[in-house]
Design a protein around this ligand. Sequence first.
Ligand code: AMP
Ligand code: MG
Length: 367
Amino acid sequence: MAYVTHIKKVNPDLDYKKLLNNKVIKEGAELLKKGEVVAFPTETVYGLGAEANNSEAVKKIFSVKGRPADNPLIVHIADQKQLEKVVQGAEVPELNKLFSAFWPGPLTVIFQRQKVIPDITTAGLDTVAVRMPSHRVARALIARASFPLAAPSANISGGPSPTRAEHVYRDLKGKLSLIIDGGPCEVGVESTVLDLSGSGPEILRPGAITGHDISAVLGKPVPSSRQAEDNRAMTPPAPGMKYRHYSPAAPVILVHNCQPDNLKNYIHSRKPKEPGLIVSTETAQKIRGRGFFENFKIAEMGSIKDLSQAAHNLFACLRNMDYEGVDYIIVEAVPEKGIGRAVMNRLYKAAEEEVFLEQFDKKEGDR
Ligand code: AMP
Ligand code: MG
């Protein structure tokens, strides 16, 4: 079925009571109650929501995105009461500490599921992933609908996640009727996924809330799964990690040690194709205005001194390069610490090649 897609703005700073009674939030909740999908902002990325307990509605999420059926969805809740309806074992003592530290916020937790959650939502697993978003528009929409929402990122499967309403429109226009625009997403990368369903806590996907943050709250080390640890591993433990992911149409080359000379030599080696460059503010300052780089599209991810900027800008930068139609995209690697781990995790999955530019240091000289 073809839809006319509307982007409708909601001011997230409205008083919460006003948000709950906002016309667009009400319209979104009505559509969800009818079993439709609605795109909405969260603090991580834009989500494509449907009632988590309604198999037919959740089926639409998979078809709208083209998402493989074996990739389970995260269930989004507005308050603690909704949690008990969807999971078993929410009485784990560690949880109270985690909830008070990180919920609402960009932390997804995996629990044993309740039977009400249909197989399609969890891709047949006995566990369910749950998150309580902090974005006020997301909370108001879920509260107004009065049921939990299954919601993956609102992009065509395999592409970069959307961090602006326009990104959702570009990907899904004609496939849903409402995109709620709450402005740019603050965090910019998807939630941290923490598995509490097994013998001990384990991080399955890095995000803004780091292993260090979680360990500090739990008072013990929290390991990352092999997949989250080794970004180049080929056999992922969590479903959904085995597919092409976060990739724009143009091939992404992840480059380490970006200095103006070796970068120039590398680009020369790939002639006649021309790249778009996504680099740190520090690197941008070195290459902007230098003759060789003059005609290239250059986008700044942010300063390497504050990697939350890179997280915030990463997907928008990748998308903008595609919208500009560059031949390939060079992305500068960032340090894998703090939220930089989440940024690099996405880049390893998005990239077709990884290049260490040291080898281009002196080879070709200055041309
Ligand atoms: P997305 O909604 O696209 O950000 O993806 C959700 C992520 O959570 C995927 O990597 C899923 O594999 C993961 N996930 C969701 N539910 C589960 C679960 N029950 N067990 C393990 N991973 C899950
Ligand atoms: Mg996604």
